[in-house]
Design a protein around this ligand. Structure first.
Ligand SMILES: [Zn+2]
Length: 173
């Protein structure tokens, strides 16, 4: 059975979509294979939409053991698309980390406000303006301004719900 004629560009797009990690949010292993959502034997569909990056372990759980069902894998794929369009790498990593450690507060360094701007705008993280470290700049003509060096965020209830849905593979909208 020659299933291995997935164009290199499609393989690359599938791996990039998942950040070269297993697409199962609770796994995210760095060893990846390309899996067919609808099996090759059924439809011979090598399109981007029918492919997803999975680690060998999750691939077996999906294809052979049927521990992970097709509907869930479709959801994970759909959610990756939503996440990639709406959030940056830092935000996506934070969602995974927060899901694992269950923390409700985290601190970011300089520029942190830019890195989580979309998640803040969507109401998932809240900046409560905690006074932390800061630095001052003063120009020769006397202009001075203070910039924060740390940003402290609370994960809101909406943020917790979003992260939970993402990890479960349920609808993100
Ligand atoms: Zn996996």
């Amino acid at each position: 059975m020659s299933r291995e004629h997935i164009p290199a560009s499609v393989q690359r797009a599938v791996l990039v979509e998942a950040g070269h990690r297993c697409a199962i949010p609770t796994c995210r292993s760095t060893t990846t294979e390309i899996a067919h959502i609808v099996p090759w034997a059924e439809t011979q569909d090598n399109s981007f939409e029918n492919l997803i990056a999975l680690c060998p372990n999750c691939h077996t759980r999906f294809d052979q053991k049927k521990d992970i069902d097709r509907l869930s894998v479709r959801k994970y794929k759909q959610n990756l698309g939503i996440l990639n369009n709406r959030y940056g790498e830092c935000e996506r990593r934070l969602f995974s980390i927060l899901a694992k450690n269950g923390e409700r507060i985290f601190v970011l360094g300089p520029g942190g406000d830019v890195l989580v701007a979309n998640a803040v705008q969507d109401g998932f993280f809240e900046d409560k303006q905690v006074k932390g470290m800061s630095f001052d700049i003063t120009s020769s003509d006397g202009f001075s301004k203070q910039f924060p060096m740390t940003f402290t965020y609370w994960v809101t209830d909406a943020g917790m719900a979003f992260i939970k849905h993402y990890m479960e593979g349920s609808d993100l909208n």
